[in-house]
Design a protein around this ligand. Structure first.
Ligand code: SF4
Ligand code: FES
Length: 246
């Protein structure tokens, strides 16, 4: 298929940036979206132009690095997949596709489609861990009974890959879905209860300091999340925060 791409080009954080139009031809519908971007970049390199900068690593939906805002949706038009798992069969010959970076004050653009998401790392560092020593003295899995229900919910929350699509989709740039997933995966397990009070207080404090907005229960984050993280986690984090506050 032949496509018109309107891509956000921005030299650096200070540059104003603008949408630039490109044409790509003979794109197979079996290609992934990032492979289509590779074709464009090869074309640009061959004509002596600067290739488009975009983030990617695993290309398997695991690392959370790919982060394109495609036709007004984080990770594009498909559901519960990342940009690297998006296939060109979701588009039609002759389509015009708008490709922008994830936009949020807390995710400043570094270059073109690459944004700085280290704010997520600082939130994680504020409490997204347990201090139990698990190196070399790990207990048998059956030594700490955990209900199947809690274990499943914790695993579901732990599926968050920290991509930031929830922030990019939210009209308030709220990071509540991400932070609540990280709080929930520990809050549901006995190993995580030890530091539960400090964890939720510190992670929420860091989230606010990074400049993310508040949650107004719009639910766009849940719709666009590639890992199906549920809004229930936000309700759980709010309960954890209230308990910790008193
Ligand atoms: S909650 Fe979903 S959208 Fe947000 S960072 Fe985690 S995986 Fe990405
Ligand atoms: S490149 Fe790793 S999730 Fe897309």
């Amino acid at each position: 298929m032949n496509l018109t791409l309107k891509i956000w080009r921005q030299k650096n954080a200070q540059d104003k940036g603008k949408l630039v139009e490109y044409k790509v031809t003979e794109i197979s519908d079996h290609m992934s979206f990032l492979e289509m971007m590779d074709v464009l970049n090869e074309q640009l390199v061959n004509t002596g132009e600067e290739p488009v900068a975009f983030d990617h690593d695993c290309r398997e939906g695991i690392c959370g690095m790919c982060s394109l805002y495609i036709n007004g949706e984080a990770h594009g038009p498909d559901r519960e997949i990342t940009t690297c798992q998006l296939h060109m069969r979701m588009f039609n010959d002759g389509d015009t596709i708008f490709i922008e970076p994830f936009r949020s004050r807390a995710f400043p653009v570094i270059k073109d489609l690459v944004v700085d998401r280290t704010s997520f790392e600082r939130i994680q560092q504020a409490g997204g861990y347990i201090s139990i020593n698990t190196s070399g003295n790990t207990q048998d899995a059956n030594a700490t009974p955990i209900s199947k229900h809690d274990a499943d919910m914790s695993m579901d929350a732990a599926a968050c890959i920290g991509c930031g699509a929830c922030v990019a989709s939210c009209k308030n740039s709220s990071a509540m879905l991400f932070v609540s997933a990280k709080v929930s995966q520990f809050a549901l397990l006995p190993q995580g209860r030890v530091e539960a009070v400090d964890r939720v207080m510190n992670m929420v404090k860091q989230m606010d300091e990074e400049g993310f907005g508040n949650c107004t229960n719009t639910g766009a984050c849940e719709v666009e999340c590639p890992k199906g993280i549920s809004l229930d986690n936000i309700a759980r984090m709010n309960r954890e925060y209230l308990k910790a506050s008193i």
